[in-house]
Design a protein around this ligand. Structure first.
Ligand code: PLP
Length: 388
């Protein structure tokens, strides 16, 4: 009765893990959740106040599907000053999270059996959304330190390849594509007439290295790129559901048409909050970044003590992607079993590499307090002692 298309879609493993953790907590267990990909910070006060003002002023009705003009103008300014990309407000769409933007982008760009190149490890949603658009995800398997190269792409291209997905800084590895390499990637993409979907949602969370937006490199590639971003990660606004994208008008207008038949506009209240996030004081973002950097540095130091855990220092986002390949055994034959063991015996939740189409690893999110991270490191060490 259910369609093949929907039957083939896997539910989000990170949300499933979160549900398990919440269930354990309800049963009275003390679980440290390093599984979920959301900042543990409060949405800044100025942003909350803007939303409250919107409610009080009665700004509680439908807006244009693509988002209110002042917000799209603020996004245009953001793209210009942060990313050196010039868009017109008519080339911007605002949606219910960047997840929705990705979904509509795939629906608009992909035909049946079109191939989408996805460098892995990658956020599992990409492949599932490609399948939901009847396309074919084609994985490019990266080796540590997980930095995509133009050569990797050229090896994977076929005459069915339509889109190249880029996510830099990456969830789950924190890797950033080297700016010089990105320029070579542009040449390959133009040579094979690929479309680029550039998910830049972690762009503000960078500790080392430099972010370069592919659409800023030249006009030709800009004309084939959808640049995606959102408010969730940089402004601790995951629950507000606000994402946005810039791209060529004829593509964005189709995304708007599709969104208009699905959800209409993103919440009017969230849009007002998003406007304040982009235009208001950026100090809370910098404070969050500085705290995340402390945690990252702490974990690099602590986790380096273990010879059996190997990882590349993350350059951005708030994750470590850690290999457990040397630790797999009869008791824990794969990373899913290993993570389950860690959760059941030490009550520490991390996401297995299977969720990122790259088994043998786990993702640890350091969007959690320093106290909890310290406890978690001790617990992981206990687990290693018992199982190495
Ligand atoms: N892109 C990446 C790489 C992510 O990790 C996430 C969330 O985890 C998103 C996009 C979606 O974010 P949102 O829909 O909250 O904007």
């Amino acid at each position: 009765m259910i369609t093949d298309r929907v039957n083939s879609i896997k539910p989000s493993p990170t949300f499933a893990l979160d549900a398990t953790v919440k269930q354990m907590v309800r049963q009275g267990m003390d679980v440290i959740n390093l599984g979920l990909g959301e900042p543990d910070f409060e949405t800044p006060e100025n942003i909350k106040k803007a939303a409250i003002r919107a409610i009080r002023n009665g700004f509680t009705h439908y807006t244009q599907t693509e988002g209110i003009l002042p917000l799209r103008e603020a996004i245009v300014n953001k793209f210009k000053s942060d990313n050196a990309i010039t868009y017109d407000p008519s080339e911007i769409i605002v949606s219910n999270g960047s997840k929705q933007i990705l979904y509509t982008a795939f629906q608009v760009l992909i035909d049946k059996k079109s191939e989408v190149l996805i460098p892995v490890p990658a956020w599992g949603t990409y492949a599932e959304q490609v399948k939901a658009a009847d396309g074919m995800p084609v994985f490019i398997k990266l080796e540590p330190p997980f930095k995509l190269t133009a050569k990797d792409i050229e090896k994977a291209v076929t005459d069915k390849t339509k889109v190249l997905l880029l996510n830099s800084p990456s969830n789950p590895t924190g890797a950033i594509i080297d700016p010089e390499e990105l320029k070579k990637i542009v040449n390959i993409a133009l040579k094979y007439k690929l479309w680029i979907i550039a998910d830049e949602i972690y762009e503000k969370l960078i500790y080392t290295g430099k972010h370069l937006s592919i659409a800023s490199i030249n006009e030709e590639i800009k004309a084939r790129t959808i640049t995606i971003n959102g408010l969730s990660k940089a402004y601790a606004m995951t629950g507000w559901r606000l994402g946005y994208a810039g791209g060529p008008k004829y593509v964005i207008s189709k995304m708007i048409a599709l969104q208009g038949q699905i959800t209409s506009n993103a919440s009017s209240i969230s849009q007002m909050a998003g406007l304040e996030a982009l235009k208001g004081d950026q100090k809370p973002l910098l404070e969050m970044l500085s705290e995340l950097r402390k945690r990252r540095d702490f974990l690099i130091k602590e986790l380096s003590h273990s010879q059996n855990l190997s990882f590349s220092a993350p350059e951005g986002a708030f994750y470590f992607y850690i290999s457990v390949e040397k630790l797999l055994s009869k008791n824990y034959p794969d990373s899913t079993a290993w993570c389950k063991g860690l959760l059941e015996t030490e009550k520490v939740a991390v996401v297995p590499g299977e969720a990122f189409d790259y088994p043998g690893y786990f993702r640890l999110s350091y969007a959690n307090s320093m106290d909890n991270l310290k406890k978690a490191v001790n617990k992981i060490n206990n687990f290693l002692k018992k199982n190495s």
